[in-house]
Design a binder for this molecule. Structure first.
Ligand code: SF4
Ligand code: SF4
Length: 244
């Protein structure tokens, strides 16, 4: 049973404004995605919010509306929502209102990673976006303020909503299963912005070395990035893959 109210989300929004990094990461992924940042397009990512959060947003702006599924995959997203959540969509990146972004927008591409001992040790990534999200290949650039505001926000949500907590317990367990199959370690950023690498088989977390920050798909090299943009029909940013 969730005890979260619109006022709770108002307070959470006020304390979660830090940018994920110093750069406009949307400029890096948009050329691969018809010019729109991947996390701002419901063709790629559907924002899921608490119903109390949607109520708050409806009182503040006309930016958001209920999301209508358009295929089997998006129908599955809607069908699997918890009783207290709903899927919504905004008018698009050109109309973004920074102060009216959802928690999902503010936190993307990160979620609170929960160990087998049911302890949050930091932020990990929604790995299914690793082939499209530049940020996930640039975890070393994530700001400490962002990590702490993000984790504090989730602490506030979990304190009043056990269903949300169980969702992330389950999601973290799923990540361990999937990464065990991949034969890969799970990257986690702790509150001091240090990289931890979690062995998905044992659950053990160890400090990651400098060269352990993951690089995925088109973000592995300048050549891979340029090739992927060319195939997507996009325009390579003047500075290429480098953060500026
Ligand atoms: S968080 Fe990832 S998907 Fe979203 S704008 Fe930044 S690079 Fe793109
Ligand atoms: S509100 Fe802004 S950040 Fe959130 S999905 Fe829309 S355009 Fe992207």
């Amino acid at each position: 049973m969730s005890r979260l109210t619109p006022d709770d989300f108002d307070r959470l929004y006020a304390r979660f404004n830090a940018s994920v990094c110093q750069y406009d990461c949307g400029k890096k992924c948009a050329p691969l995605n018809n010019g729109s940042p991947v996390c701002c397009s419901t063709q790629d990512a559907v924002p899921v919010v608490h119903k109390a959060e949607f109520k708050l947003l409806r009182g503040r702006t006309d930016l958001w509306r209920r999301f209508k599924p358009y295929d089997a995959a998006t129908r599955k997203i809607v069908d699997e929502l918890t009783t207290s959540s709903c899927a919504i969509e905004c008018k698009g990146a050109a109309f973004c209102e920074r102060h009216n972004r959802t928690i999902a927008c503010r936190a993307f591409p990160f979620f609170p990673y929960v160990t087998r001992q049911r302890e949050i040790i930091g932020l990990s990534v929604y790995w299914i976006f690793e082939d499209r999200c530049w940020m996930m290949s640039n975890m070393r650039l994530v700001e400490r303020a962002f990590i702490n505001e993000c984790l504090d926000t989730w602490d506030g949500i979990f304190a009043k909503d056990r269903e949300e907590w169980e969702t992330y317990v389950d999601y973290s367990a799923t990540m361990r299963r999937v990464f065990s199959r991949f034969g890969r370690k799970i990257p986690v950023l702790d509150r001091d912005a240090r990289l931890l690498m979690v062995d998905p088989s044992t659950g053990a977390a160890r400090p990651g070395r400098d060269n352990a920050y993951p690089k995925y798909g088109p973000f592995k090299s300048e050549a891979a990035y340029r090739k992927a943009i060319k195939e997507a029909g996009g325009t390579v940013p003047a500075e290429g893959l480098a953060p500026v």
